[in-house]
Design a protein around this ligand. Structure first.
Ligand SMILES: Cc1cc2nc3c(=O)[nH]c(=O)nc-3n(C[C@H](O)[C@H](O)[C@H](O)COP(=O)(O)OP(=O)(O)OC[C@H]3O[C@@H](n4cnc5c(N)ncnc54)[C@H](O)[C@@H]3O)c2cc1C
Ligand code: HEM
Length: 416
């Protein structure tokens, strides 16, 4: 097993502008392997995961094995490794990605000791795939470079775990929550209101953040961890998540378990709120754009904004298949009726009827662009990545600055 001297390295905070602690020789050697990494592509991470789960099957309790079928997790890890090799002289440029990954890692309960296991399989993967190119020098360089990156993650994840545990109502690791209410929101989406079974306090979160549930459906060999965005503003007593039943191409493990098996009064284990996608500023107009179940973080943001006195205008743009699949439609309509600063627009992909302020077909922002705060607003996107790319391209074309566009991916991250 590879020995990583991770703990002894002084890791910088990822946002710090810092000179790398790696030698020039290491940097040059790692960079010299970039063409090799790029030509091998995701074959590296496929080989890596096959090795990891064969030799350390206990890690199936942490990873979402369904994401392995789609290849999205392999691609996310490969992209991260390639980006690291390219930016090894200054890992501070990767700060945003490192923060996002560290937040995600903590919601999967990744621990410092896991880094040596993962590092070992990465090194052995490189050796097995490119035995000739993987000289002892290259091996030493990658071992050092991986250890350095791992130390950055371990340091940041330690901070996140500590903060989550130490804040009022906070905790660390799985905590049992009882379902107070189970409510159907639309054809496929059901909400679960969760209160801690120990009767204690719960920690606050930023609107847009998610929590994770850790369950073991009957017959499953391993625990399953899934993230769900909080779908309401923080109320100090309980959390609400809203879960879409996934049916295509096969029944999703956890969403169907929650829909079919978990009822009012049942308990599930919950990991603390996390995530780097949240409402930045209530002092600007906000444009909340979603498709399908991607509206959950937007509901949290909308409810938080409208609870703020003298808030700026908020625009709620939502796309879904038809009115039967439109979650929270009545709530949004009521809020809009009560509050002239809320403007809601809906696109139904496939509907004969068009209630209220709704359009048929795909979300064409041009139809309403004149009403949007293109230069002063912050724009939040959540939904399938194809949808978010489609919308982001339109926003850029009508002059929205890229730094005002924020987005969340409901799965392994991918750039738009
Ligand atoms: C930050 C974040 C926030 C999220 N917020 C929400 C939210 O608010 N609401 C919500 O509903 N979801 C949310 N999700 C998604 C959620 O975490 C789960 O991914 C989702 O519920 C599906 O989990 P599952 O166990 O039901 O499906 P999984 O079993 O994980 O399957 C996922 C997909 O893969 C397919 N699949 C599974 N096995 C195979 C196979 N062998 N071959 C081919 N395809 C297969 C399934 O059909 C399904 O479409 C969020 C995800 C993230 C990362
Ligand atoms: C330096 C080493 C590592 C790198 C570069 C890395 C990179 C990544 C990336 C890019 C993602 C996707 C993030 C996203 O969706 O936003 C991810 C997710 C994840 N990582 Fe890591 N990771 C590392 C170490 C580890 C370790 C040690 C573990 C624990 C065994 C781990 C477990 C996970 C899990 C469970 C996920 C979520 C997977 C999913 O959504 O299916 N990672 N990691």
């Amino acid at each position: 097993m590879l020995t990583l001297d991770i703990q002894s390295q002084q890791a910088p905070h990822p946002s710090e502008e810092t000179k790398p602690m790696l030698s020039m020789k290491t940097i040059d050697l790692v960079k010299s392997t970039i063409p090799l990494l790029e030509s091998a592509g995701v074959a590296i991470t496929e080989h890596f995961y096959e090795r990891l789960f064969r030799l350390n099957p206990e890690l199936k309790n942490i990873f979402n094995m369904s994401n392995q079928h789609s290849g999205r997790q392999q691609f996310a890890l490969f992209s991260a490794i390639a980006a690291y090799a390219k930016n090894i002289e200054n890992p501070a440029v990767l700060a945003t990605a490192i923060e996002r990954i560290a937040q995600k890692h903590t919601s999967f309960q990744v621990q410092p000791e896991h880094y040596a296991v993962v590092g070992h399989h990465l090194i052995e993967t490189l050796r097995e795939l490119a035995p000739d190119a993987f000289t002892p020098d290259i091996e030493a360089a990658w071992t050092e470079a991986y250890g350095y990156l791992a130390s950055i993650f371990i340091g940041r994840e330690h901070e996140i775990y500590q903060t989550a545990a130490q804040k009022p109502g906070g905790w660390c690791g799985p905590r049992l929550f009882t379902v107070l209410q189970k409510k159907i929101e639309s054809e496929y989406v059901t909400s679960f209101v969760l209160a801690p079974s120990d009767g204690g306090a719960i920690s606050a979160y930023m609107p847009g953040q998610y929590l994770a549930v850790r369950v073991k459906p009957a017959g499953a060999d391993y625990f399953e961890i899934r993230q769900y965005s909080l779908s309401d503003k923080f109320n100090g007593e309980n959390y609400r998540i809203s879960v879409k039943r996934e049916t295509d191409p096969v029944m999703g493990t956890v969403s169907n378990y929650l829909h079919n098996t978990i009822n009012q009064g049942d308990e599930i284990a919950v990991l603390p709120p996390a995530g780097d996608f949240f409402l930045q500023d209530t002092g600007t107009p906000n444009v909340l754009i979603s498709a399908g179940v991607g509206l959950t973080p937007m509901m949290s943001m909308l409810e938080a904004i409208v609870a703020t006195e003298n808030h700026e205008p908020v625009f709620f743009l939502h796309a879904c298949e038809n009115p039967q699949q439109h979650s929270f439609a009545t709530r949004i309509e009521n809020l809009q009726e009560q509050n002239p600063k809320i403007k809601s627009f809906t696109w139904y992909n496939n509907s004969d009827v068009l209630p209220g302020m709704s359009y048929r077909g795909l979300m064409e922002i041009a139809n309403i662009a004149a009403q949007l705060p293109l230069s002063s607003g912050n724009f939040y996107l959540c939904g399938p990545t194809g949808f978010m790319k489609f919308v982001k391209d339109q926003l850029l074309a009508i002059g929205v600055k890229p730094e005002r566009i924020h987005y969340e991916v409901f799965g392994p991250h991918s750039a738009l």
